[in-house]
Design a protein. Structure first.
Length: 181
């Protein structure tokens, strides 16, 4: 019998000074049995960085050709496609054709550098593609904050992030690998 997803509930207060966005969200995260706490928390980080009324979690790991997060317009067209980790270039080329914007939040330390070096030329041809590197220390610190019920405050200012719960704050500065239009 297949294992079922583990449900995590979060309360996320976002204060994004860079986008002038301030709201509280209550996302429910379904962690696939093969997903780590680190990957799940990077998904939550990606949600906080792009938070908006229409942003939603996709099926991610359980469905290979679906985004980890996506935002649709009122017609159902995909405006924003977000993947976390080190997705293959073929799936990102396909996503680039389906969405207005494609963003990747890559994590995994040295593996990010290898992935970027291998795929840089292909990604450069995607005009709506952006990629950011989440520092290894930050993704691991976020993983330590994972709990079945979570409350976080996320502050974004001048490209710097502070992700906090009642006892700990993780300071994060993403590395821009590529910024498309």
């Amino acid at each position: 019998m297949a294992q079922k997803a583990t449900i995590f509930k979060a309360e996320l207060a976002v204060a994004d000074m860079d986008r002038n966005y301030f709201a509280t969200h209550a996302p429910t995260l379904a962690r696939h049995p093969s997903e780590t706490d680190e990957r799940m928390m990077v998904r939550l980080l990606a949600f906080a960085l792009n938070a908006g009324d229409a942003l939603e979690f996709g099926r991610g790991l359980s469905t290979g050709d679906e985004a980890d997060l996506l935002q649709r317009d009122l017609t159902g067209a995909i405006q924003l496609w977000i993947d976390v980790g080190l997705p293959d270039e073929k799936s990102l080329r396909k996503a680039s054709g389906r969405a207005g914007r494609v963003v990747v939040y890559a994590y995994g330390g040295r593996a990010v550098d290898l992935w970027w070096t291998k795929n840089r030329d292909t990604f450069a041809r995607l005009p709506n593609f952006s990629a950011f590197a989440v520092p290894l220390e930050a993704s691991q610190a976020l993983a330590r904050l994972a709990a079945r019920t979570m409350q976080f405050q996320c502050t974004v200012q001048d490209g710097h992030l502070w992700f906090s719960n009642a006892t700990e704050t993780v300071a994060i500065t993403l590395g821009a690998l590529s910024i498309g239009s």
